[in-house]
Design a binder for this molecule. Structure first.
Ligand code: FAD
Ligand code: NAD
Length: 465
């Protein structure tokens, strides 16, 4: 006899586990199937371990470059084993927190590979296969690194982000990163903070190609100043062994060049975990598109009562997006009102300085045919930034020309990843530049930059009158 549930969730990442908890809080009988560890990519191989490493390495950079703020530290060092243990401890503590919440909420957890064998049926394979029945199924199986077909990509020393996070190889003196996206930039930050010679090879004409141009240009300049070599428009052709190192052969502006290093990180995007997820018949019905699961606005797949959310449906692949989508899906199943507005999503890069964006850029607004006014404030004249010797940075706000409603923000400064929430709120609540400019901000703080950028929009308006 199969166990019967109101909801079966496949995958316990930041998409699946909060959805399971939400359904359980509504009094539903919930099962979760997980093939690896609770917490998914984000907790075990993504957000949390990278930010744990970044916390230590940026502290290290700060104390070892503290002359500007009157700090002279001798003998500072990062201990690889301690940092590795710290990362493990953070991950395990947070993971056991999820486990406790599952127990408290009476969620049945099955370890094994889940596959959808019928519209209401999931098979958990393992040493003893288990058949589960569920009124609803939520697929939240996430993604994994995607490695392009570069000859030599399988050589020892060529790693993906999962492997590099597992190793925490702080002894690496020369790291080549293929892919100048978010993962590439965060690892470039970690390793350059430690004094490693980092070379980034990005195929597009700029790093962070999905972000606003000015953010990418500024980050490139800052990283170059710190010794990171960045090649854009670089098409990697092959990886070879050369003496005791690895040689990455690439073409830049039609010219063949080579970069050699001890290790190569490939960070060129991710692919969905959908292999063998559906039994015959189900796979055709769900209609995978390049491996991703197509869904409607309610996160319902083409099979009734089967929902899918998070990285496995493609689109924006972020932990908070997966969580919000999971909650929306559960709300749809059990006929609750929707809590999240999925149209306003913040996006962050945890480099130094941090980058955070939300809503429209000037360019994307223009493409939509919107007339805009922008306000930019250089953080070099912000008191808190100056006294704490921060890097160059800015706060840029985009508002509708008519009425001044805030529709977007791009930040590059200390604590940008926290400050962005204020601007997300402003967009959600349809606040104007006038509203933001009349909020009394504490002094001295980084958030004064937001008020100043709003003020800059108003000044442009006054000049016009
Ligand atoms: P996942 O987190 O991938 O979880 C899916 C789960 O399903 C996994 O545990 C997997 O084992 C399980 N699973 C897969 N197939 C099956 C199966 N057949 N049966 C049972 N279980 C299965 N996002 C941010 O918002 N902020 C960040 O700072 C950030 N940093 C990142 C850093 C790195 C290095 C990486 C790689 C990603 C980062 N991300 C970040 C992205 C974020 O991790 C993902 O967007 C997020 O984890 C997606 O959540 P998910 O629940 O959809 O999938
Ligand atoms: P990405 O899409 O952000 O960047 C991949 C980069 O690799 C792109 O710039 C692309 O042009 C480049 N590229 C692709 N093929 C290449 C090739 N053959 N040679 C050279 N360059 C090549 O993907 P990612 O950095 O792997 O990150 C994966 C996902 O994880 C992203 O969707 C991101 O949202 C998420 N993530 C988020 C955070 C965060 O929120 N702070 C941190 C890390 C990862």
């Amino acid at each position: 006899m199969a166990e019967c549930y109101d909801l079966i969730v496949i995958g316990a990442g930041p998409g699946g586990y909060p959805a399971a908890l939400k359904a359980a809080s509504l009094g539903k009988r919930v099962a979760v199937v997980e093939s690896r560890e609770l917490g998914g990519t984000c907790l075990n191989r993504g957000c949390i371990p990278t930010k744990t490493l970044l916390h230590t390495t940026s502290l290290f950079r700060e104390v070892t470059h503290g002359e500007m703020v009157g700090l002279e530290v001798h003998g500072a060092a990062v201990h690889a084993e301690s940092l590795k243990m710290r990362k493990q401890q953070v991950v395990e503590t947070l993971r056991s927190g999820i486990e406790k919440q599952f127990i408290k909420n009476k969620i049945d957890l099955y370890y094994g590979i889940g596959s959808v064998t019928g519209a209401h049926e999931v098979l958990v394979s393992g040493t003893e296969p288990v058949r589960l029945e569920g009124h609803y199924i939520l697929i939240a199986t996430g993604s994994r690194p995607s490695i392009p077909p570069i000859p030599g990509a399988d050589l020892p020393g060529v790693v993906d982000s999962d492997q590099l996070l597992e190793e925490v190889d702080l002894g690496c003196k020369q790291l080549i990163i293929i892919g100048g996206g978010v993962i590439g930039m965060e690892f470039a930050q970690i390793y350059s903070d430690l004094g490693c010679q980092v070379t980034v090879l990005e195929a597009m004409d700029r790093i962070l190609p999905n972000m606003e141009k000015e953010l990418a240009q500024n980050l490139k300049m800052i990283l170059k100043k710190r010794g990171v070599e960045i090649h854009t428009g670089a098409k990697v052709q092959a990886i070879r062994c050369a003496e005791s190192k690895l040689l990455c052969v690439y073409e830049e502006k039609g010219v063949e060049a080579g970069a050699s290093g001890e290790k190569i990180l490939i960070a060129t995007g991710r692919k969905p975990n959908t292999e063998n997820l559906f039994a015959e018949g189900q796979a055709e019905a769900v209609g995978l598109a390049h491996g991703y699961i197509p869904v409607d606005d309610h996160f319902l797949t083409r099979i009734p009562d089967i929902y899918a959310i998070g990285d496995v449906i493609g689109g924006i692949q972020l932990a908070h997006v997966a969580t919000a989508e999971g909650i929306c899906a559960v709300e749809d199943m059990f006929h609750l009102g929707r809590t999240f507005d999925m149209s306003v999503v913040p996006s962050c890069v945890y480099t130094n300085p941090e980058i955070a964006t939300v809503g429209d850029t000037e360019e994307s607004a223009k493409e939509k045919g919107l007339e805009t006014r922008t306000g930019k404030y250089l953080m070099s004249v912000n008191g808190k930034s100056f006294l704490s010797a921060q890097e160059r940075g800015f706060v840029k706000l985009v508002a509708e020309a008519e009425g001044g409603r805030i529709i977007g923000a791009q930040l590059m400064c200390a604590r940008a990843t926290d400050l962005i929430a204020e601007l997300e709120l402003a967009i959600q609540k349809k606040m104007s530049a006038q509203d933001l400019a009349t909020i009394i901000m504490p002094h001295p703080t980084f958030c004064e930059g937001i008020r100043e950028a709003a003020e800059a929009i108003l000044e442009k308006e006054y000049e016009k009158r």
